[in-house]
Each structure stands twice: as structure tokens, then as C-alpha cells.
Design a protein around this ligand. Structure first.
Ligand code: GLC
Length: 739
């Protein structure tokens, strides 16, 4: 449709039809046939308004979407199609690794390809919009939703945000692209105490410097929607925060797409204590230019009375409705309300060879080798391998947001080992449970607790006895341990980040019989591995690797692939160290260089300041040496650039990827500056024995920050350049910037 036609259509809508476009309801309201009386009563929504609803939450599947859309249009006066929006975060039926894993690949182009294939697959299932990417910067692993983010670094999250939006949206080809909804705006990843839905409170400087950039990167990449966060920002809940939504997002950044709330966030303004009732909550959200009310009755029941009371302008409502209609138009829904939904195509695309191949490759690139003492890895194929643990034969390898994943297609560790090794070389037993109890976990939508999974508990001695037998038989024991899926993801905050005690107690009883040990971890956040790492030879961080998890892990364990993952979130030495992140300030009493006696420096009495594993860290089966960091000049003039050159050499007999990282430090600023900040990286494949020079361009833009006056610019002075294999293992050079 032409814009004029959209404007004309808007003019023909009744107030109920307009408000309807601003309502989003979930599937139970659209089951064909009788009115959804129960759900309406539960939500408290005006029954007359349901028929005007503009979008549907988390209903997918070609047959279902086609049915709902055709029923709806049959009754619709203006034939305005429904928008189908869903949480398609890291895959549809074919599930890729969780974003915290994908971030560890340091390969934005690969991640973009994952999202492109996901968009095609889910379009066939009737999806129009995905509630992704989640780009929240995360520095507190107590928070369960770290799993959905690409990590702690603003610059890297911004790069992945762009790639993910471009992957989902492509060129908006119907049937092959999804409108992307970046979330959760803003700073949802910084709740106090790492406690879910808790207060976020920081200076505007920190908000702009560290947290807003990834959302802006998504907006600049053209994402069509933004989702408001549950949390407060500077004392005002994001959903009612006019400064954040209107002044920054719409006016400063020029975003004119659709702003949708998170689930029930408008009605939560009452609990937050900024709205007396639903009507005030609806008014505040409209004033903040929020367009769609996800799953409350606030907009449906209160916008008309607000109009009648003169407390809301019709223009506000028209502006919001127009943005929704334009989105539907851009998706081509007026021409084709089904937009490529096809039962046969949905079946053809799910787990296609192209998708499973990419899922396998993405996982091998995303897993991180944290420790490899005594070169326990890679395994030699003529050794006897025992696989022990609750993840040994589990298909729960996809994490909590694999809402539509086809679990039956997940390749287990056991299956992958049985494909790769002859029967006389491989044995397996579960040995123990993930948890001794599921108390407090609750359910999460599609992920229902399997109480039967606790059966091993009843036979735990056989479990242990069998495990000891296998340990005595084997040359190497592979322990497959980790968090329960429900221990991370939304509402998955934890105060204790060590492996569950029943698992470590079990390992303590088996380890005395073990010759060589490898720990595989399945988890959705950094864990505290300080104790367990002293007890095992090797540790491979597998995160939740998705559909092809078993194949990817076996590729790495047997050396058919060389680990190249590098952490994008620090692993704390202890929970007491949190928040711990690499780009921290130096303080006036830095523990390593202060003139004060050691006691009187910024440190703990009982643990080091440094994390157990730092940002950018990861091992490979090859070793790369970095030498001769040189700068093209010791002075960078404003508007010019410098070139940094470094030599790298893979002195091993095996090829592999290296993630060369560039950090910069501003030694003196009008405000304090981090001890280093990632400003570039290159992921390079090195042949065995290969020696090469790598170059980075250093520009004025890399030096910019929010100065004392909150202007975003570079300041003259001395800078240091660090290039290396992690945030802690670098070579140093320096230069002066002059305007
Ligand atoms: C949830 C999440 C959000 C998700 C939305 C719809 O509460 O916070 O990430 O997209 O609701 O399911």
C-alpha cells in the first residue's frame, strides 16, 4: 500500500478499531470457536475489544497461523491483518547456540547467517516479528538472562546487535525475513544484586557510555521495533520513561518504528509505584510514546476514557496506530496476510542440511576451552572413553529461550560418541541427577519440569557404583555436568554460582578412580569454577550448544575441530567479586601499582581482584605467539589515523583460529577512563607453523567518550594500545592524540 492509502485507512477507523491495533494478546484469545471468556476475565479485558486486537503473542506454526489469520480477517471490517510476534531468539525448530555462546565465537558474520536461516524457517511457520536480538550489556552472572546476551562489552554487543538485526531483517523479502525487535530497552542487564526485575540505577554517563550503545546499534541497523524493559531507569520504569523513550530513542536517535512493552509491563507501573491505576498507567505509557501494550487490559480498557476525559490526545493514538499500520505495510501483510506461511515449507526448512551444518559449525566456534592440563584434549580415538553425568544422554541442550526448538532432533553427547567411537571404546552412565530437588524452579512456558528426571536419585548408589566401574575401565572420563535449564534464563537469578553440590559431591567420589578427566559444562552464565578446576584436567565450556550440540562437542573433543571460542563475559573468582568486568576504572589505589602499602589498596583480603577467567580468554589446541607490536607514529593527529602492526606465529603442528584483540586506554581524561576498552578484533585462521603480520587502524573515533560536559568526543593526551589473545594477555605500545 502507498503511504496515502495507509493514512486514508487510519481515517476510516473507529476509536475501538484504532485502540485494537495497540493491543497484543496471546494464543488463548484466538482459539477458533467460542469467545475466550476465561482468558478475558483473567486479563480483565473488555470483551468487545478482543475482536479488534492488532497482534498476537507467541503463536507459531503455519497451520495455526493461517487458521487464526483467516478467521480474524473474515470478521474484520477493514481487513487489517494480524501481526504475529514471537520469541525467536537463537533459532526456530533448528536451534543454534545461546547468544552468550554465539558471542564467544567473535564471528558476527556467522551469527548473521544463523539469524538469516532462522528468519526463513520461522517465516514458513507464520512469524512476522521476532523479539530479538537481546543486546543488554551484562556484568553480573547472578542474573539468569546473561545467556541471552553476547556479553559484557558495549562495543562487541553493538557489533553483534547490528549483525543480528541484519540477519533477521535482510532486505525484508516476504517469507525470508522477520522484523526485528531489539530488547530490553534499556539497561535491563544491570539489576541490583543480579536479581531479576530489580532496580537499575546508574548515572546518565554510565548509562550512555556502557549500556545504550548496543540498542542504538540495532536502531541504526534498521530494527523495526524496540521493546521496553521491566526495570526502572533513574527512578522511572522504562515503560513510562518519557526521557528514555521519546527524548533519546525517538528524538535523539530518530527511531520512528514500533515501541512495544515487555510482557504486562504497563500494568506493572502500579506495583512500581508510579501509577495509581490502569488508567494512569496507560496514560504514562502513551505519553512515553509506547505503541503496543503486550498482554494487559490497560490500553484496551483505558485509552477511550482517557480521550473522553481530555487526558490524552487523539494525535497520540493516531501516531501510534500509524506506526503499527506502517509496519504491517512494510511486511507486505496487506498484499499477503499469510506472508509465506506454508506447512510444507515449514517442514522442508526445519533441520535442513544447511541448517544443521551451520548449527554444528556455530557451536564448534562458540564453545570455549577453559583449561587443558596435561594436554588431556584432544582425545585419541584408540583410547577408552567413559561419559558420565546428567548431560551425558540429555536432549536439554538448547537453553530456556529455545521456545520452538524441536528437542527430539537435538544430538546428544551419547549419540555423537556412539557415532564416532567403536563400542569397545565407549561407555556411558548418568551417574547422578542435575539437581537433588527441583524446588523453587517452577515451570517456564514450554519447558516443563520433568520430575521423572529425579529417578536416578532413588538409585543413586547404583549410579555411583556404575560410575566408579566405568572410571576404572576408562583411559579418560568425560564428566557432563552443569546447570538445570531452568536455573538460567528469565527469572533464573542465582546467589550461588558453583556447580550444584550433588554433582560436585558425586565427582569427588568418582575422581579417585579417574586417570584423565574432562569436564563439559552446560550452563547459561559464567559459573564459579575456582574449586572444581583444581580437580579436573580439562574444562570445555559448552554453554547450551543447541540442536547440533553433541556433534560439535565430539568434533572438538576428538580434535576434528580446534577450539576457538573466547569468553565475552568474565568468570568470577567468587560470587563476592561480582560485578567483575574487564573494562573497570583504575581507582585512586590500584592494588598492583598504588604507592600505599598493600593493605591500603583497592583489593579483597581473601581473594584476588582478577576474575578466574577474563574477558577475551579461551584456549586452543595450537599456541599463538604475539611479538613486535609497532605503531606507525607516536602521534595521532585529529582526523588522521595510526596503524598498529603485530606479528603472530602459530608454532604448533595444527591449524586453527586466533581472535586477535585490540584494546585502548585513555590515560588521562576529564572523567576517569577504563583501564582498557575493546576497540577492534580480527578472527584469523592460521595454518600450522604460519607466521604473519596483522594490522589495525587506530582512529579518533575509537578514543571518543562522554566527557565531563557530557559531550561525546576525544580529548588530547596519552593513550596506550594493547593487542593480544585476551584482555589480560597483551603487548603494549603508546601514542599521543593531538587536536
Ligand atoms: C518476557 C521477556 C521478553 C519476551 C516477552 C514475550 O517476559 O522479558 O524477553 O520477549 O516476555 O515473551
Amino acid at each position: 500500500m502507498e503511504e496515502q492509502q495507509i493514512l486514508h485507512l487510519l481515517g476510516t477507523l473507529s476509536i475501538e478499531e484504532k485502540i485494537g491495533q495497540l493491543i497484543q494478546l496471546s494464543g488463548e484469545f484466538f482459539n477458533t470457536g467460542a469467545m475466550a471468556v476465561g482468558p478475558m476475565q483473567k486479563l480483565g479485558i473488555d470483551g468487545n475489544m478482543v475482536q479488534y486486537t492488532g497482534s498476537v503473542l507467541n503463536v507459531l506454526g503455519a497451520a495455526k497461523v493461517i487458521q487464526i489469520q483467516s478467521d480474524y480477517l473474515e470478521k474484520s471490517r477493514h481487513k487489517i491483518p494480524l501481526l504475529f510476534m514471537a520469541d525467536i531468539v537463537y533459532g526456530y525448530k533448528t536451534v543454534f547456540p545461546i547468544p552468550l555462546a554465539l558471542g564467544s565465537s567473535w564471528d558476527p558474520e556467522m551469527v548473521k547467517s544463523c539469524n538469516k536461516l532462522t528468519a526463513e524457517e520461522s517465516c514458513a511457520a507464520g512469524a512476522h516479528v521476532t523479539f530479538a536480538p537481546m543486546v543488554d550489556v551484562v556484568r553480573d552472572p547472578r542474573w539468569g538472562r546473561c545467556m541471552e546476551s553476547t556479553g559484557e562489552d558495549t562495543y562487541l554487543n553493538s557489533i553483534f546487535a547490528k549483525a543480528m538485526v541484519e540477519g533477521f531483517q535482510g532486505d525484508f523479502t516476504p517469507g525470508a525475513s522477520l522484523a526485528s525487535c531489539v530488547k530490553h530497552y534499556a539497561a535491563y542487564g544491570a539489576p541490583e544484586g543480579g536479581r531479576e526485575y530489580n532496580t537499575v540505577d546508574m548515572s546518565e554517563r554510565r548509562l550512555r557510555e556502557d549500556y545504550l550503545a548496543p540498542y542504538k546499534a540495532a536502531v541504526d541497523a534498521g530494527c523495526e521495533l524496540v521493546m521496553t524493559a521491566f526495570n526502572t531507569v533513574d527512578g522511572i520504569p522504562a515503560t513510562a520513561n518519557q526521557w528514555l523513550m521519546d527524548d533519546v530513542l525517538r528524538k535523539e536517535w530518530g527511531f520512528n518504528g514500533v515501541l512495544i512493552t515487555d510482557y504486562a509491563a504497563i500494568s506493572e507501573l502500579i506495583a512500581h509505584g508510579v501509577a495509581e491505576d490502569d488508567r494512569e498507567a496507560a496514560r504514562l505509557s502513551m505519553e512515553a510514546s509506547v505503541d503496543i501494550d503486550m498482554k494487559t487490559a490497560c490500553y484496551s480498557n483505558q485509552l477511550k476514557p482517557l480521550l473522553e476525559e481530555g487526558r490524552l490526545s487523539m494525535k497520540k493514538i493516531d501516531d501510534a496506530v500509524l506506526r503499527v499500520l506502517k509496519l504491517k505495510n512494510k511486511l507486505g501483510l496487506f498484499e499477503d496476510p499469510y506472508r509465506g506461511a506454508s506447512i510444507t515449507r515449514e517442514q522442508e526448512l526445519s533441520h535442513s542440511p544447511e541448517r544443521t551444518a551451520l548449527a554444528r559449525n556455530a557451536a564448534t566456534q562458540s564453545l570455549v576451552l577453559l583449561q587443558n592440563n596435561k594436554s588431556a584434549l584432544p582425545l585419541s580415538k584408540n583410547k577408552k572413553i567413559a561419559l558420565i553425568g546428567p548431560y551425558a544422554d540429555s536432549q536439554d541442550l538448547s537453553g530456556l529461550w529455545a521456545v520452538y526448538g524441536d528437542k527430539s532432533q537435538v544430538v546428544t553427547l551419547k549419540a555423537a560418541f556412539e557415532e564416532a567411537l567403536p563400542p569397545d571404546r565407549f561407555r556411558m552412565t548418568q551417574g547422578c541427577n542435575l539437581l537433588d530437588s527441583h524446588e523453587g524452579l517452577g515451570d517456564f512456558g514450554f519447558f516443563k519440569l520433568d520430575e521423572a528426571a529425579l529417578t536416578i536419585q532413588k538409585a543413586k548408589d547404583q549410579g555411583l557404583q556404575r560410575a566408579i566401574e566405568l572410571a576404572e575401565w576408562a583411559d579418560t572420563v568425560i564428566f557432563a555436568m552443569g546447570e538445570h535449564t531452568l536455573q538460567s534464563g528469565e527469572a533464573g537469578s542465582r546467589s550461588d554460582l558453583s556447580l550444584p553440590a550433588n554433582q560436585t559431591d558425586f565427582m569427588d567420589k568418582v575422581l579417585p578412580y579417574v586417570k584423565s578427566s574432562v569436564l563439559l559444562l552446560f550452563n547459561g552464565r559464567p559459573l564459579v569454577l575456582t574449586e572444581i578446576r583444581e580437580k579436573v584436567d580439562a574444562i570445555l565450556e559448552c554453554w547450551y550448544p543447541g540442536t547440533e550440540g553433541g556433534h560439535a562437542i565430539i568434533d572438538l573433543l576428538l580434535g576434528d575441530a580446534n577450539p576457538s571460542g573466547r569468553l565475552t563475559m568474565s568468570f568470577p573468582y567468587a560470587v563476592g567479586q561480582i560485578p567483575v568486568y574487564y573494562n573497570h576504572f583504575n581507582t585512586g589505589r590500584p592494588s598492583r601499582t598504588s604507592a600505599h602499602s598493600m593493605r591500603f589498596t583497592s583489593r579483597y583480603l581473601d581473594i584476588p581482584n582478577e576474575p578466574l577467567y577474563p574477558f577475551g580468554y579461551g584456549l586452543s589446541y595450537h599456541k599463538t605467539d604475539y611479538t613486535n607490536l609497532l605503531l606507525s607514529s607516536s602521534v595521532l593527529q585529529s582526523g588522521q589515523h595510526l596503524e598498529a602492526e603485530i606479528e603472530i606465529c602459530n608454532g604448533s603442528d595444527r591449524s586453527g583460529y586466533e581472535v586477535i584483540q585490540l584494546y585502548i586506554r585513555d590515560l588521562v581524561g576529564s572523567v576517569v577512563r577504563p583501564v582498557k576498552e575493546l576497540r577492534g578484533f580480527q578472527k584469523i585462521h592460521l595454518q600450522a607453523g604460519e607466521h604473519r603480520k596483522v594490522y589495525f587502524r587506530i582512529t579518533e573515533d575509537m578514543l571518543k567518550f562522554y566527557t565531563k560536559d557530557m559531550t561525546y568526543e576525544a580529548e588530547e593526551g596519552r593513550f596506550e594500545v594493547y593487542i593480544g589473545s585476551s584482555s589480560e594477555d597483551v603487548l603494549t605500545a603508546s601514542f599521543t592524540f593531538m587536536k
